[in-house]
Design a protein around this ligand. Sequence first.
Ligand code: UT7
Length: 332
Amino acid sequence: MGNVKASITGVCGYVPDYVLTNKELESLVETSDEWIITRTGIKERRILKGEGLGTSHMAQEAVKGLLAKTNTKAEEIDLLICCTTTPDYVFPATGNLLCDMCGLKNAFSFDMNAACSGFLYGLVTGSQYIESGKFKKVIVVGADKMSAIVNYKDRNTCILFGDGAGAVLLEPDTEGYGVLDSVLKTDGAGAQYLIMKGGGSRHPATIESVMSNAHFAHQEGATVFKFAVKNMADVAADIMERNQLSGDDVAWLVPHQANKRIIDATAERMGVGPEKVMMNIQRYGNTTSATLPLVLWDYEKQLKKGDKLVLAAFGGGFTWGSVYLKWAYDPK
Ligand code: UT7
């Protein structure tokens, strides 16, 4: 089975309707449209409104859309990996809920939390199940309702994040397409710089934890920025080198959408021109686990069979990594 690779055979996304603009943020915190655009590249982000709607609501839309557009029956799916940092509940896993919501009666499922690298970790993990020959159809969905853990009084974080979901279908390929290489990294020493301290087993919810904002994401932006710029560029350059890829060989850089300046630095290091960099940060902000499938979904019509893609991400944990894949289909 050594030559079986996992190729992406479909992608679908979902973003909620509500648009949170920089202008509206100006009314919530001391900030400006100009500062946000210059420092991050973000103009607006989507927010999931509605009582009782969690990450699964968006993820199910992406998964159902994926099944429909790839003409796949729900019962055919062997495995669903739900990459999320904002699960509906601490347990059961959001992936389990999704199987029920989408009618995946023959799939097993689990959640994967690697913050902004979640989708990359999930893509590589899902690929292993295909490469082993054990499974034929695997869904990897990246979804986050960041608005559930963002403090809209904290200008350091509230301008950055948005809500969304994206899903891909993985199937076996023996013709040289699919996920060809990956590098995944973890450094838990970075945990303190991007963390939600409350609600887990170390600091369960108490009145004090709520009052001290422990249930909101906390980020030391400038520190995370420095690690992100270096590590995302390093790992993308590594994967290019070991696969003998030049900037010209790469059809698309598919970067995590955290900050346009981090994306630009990664592209520059890789020698990839801006016309070959997938970017939708201006419309969606940082949707954490959803950025990569959402940006692939946005650019799907421009992708051609055989295109060489380098995916790269960096996130809380710290977690980071890069994937080299050959796109498996022409626009349909
Ligand atoms: O996806 C997971 C990984 N996360 C990331 O990759 C995010 C990495 N970090 C970043 O993208 C950037 O660090 C931020 C966009 C979060 C912040 O940009 P920065 O250029 O690093 O700004 P800074 O935190 O160093 O702050 C510069 C100044 C400070 O004012 P003083 O101390 O110089 O007077 C901040 O208080 O900008 C101020 N500031 C703001 N001003 C207006 C911080 N946030 C805002 C704001 N509006 N929203």
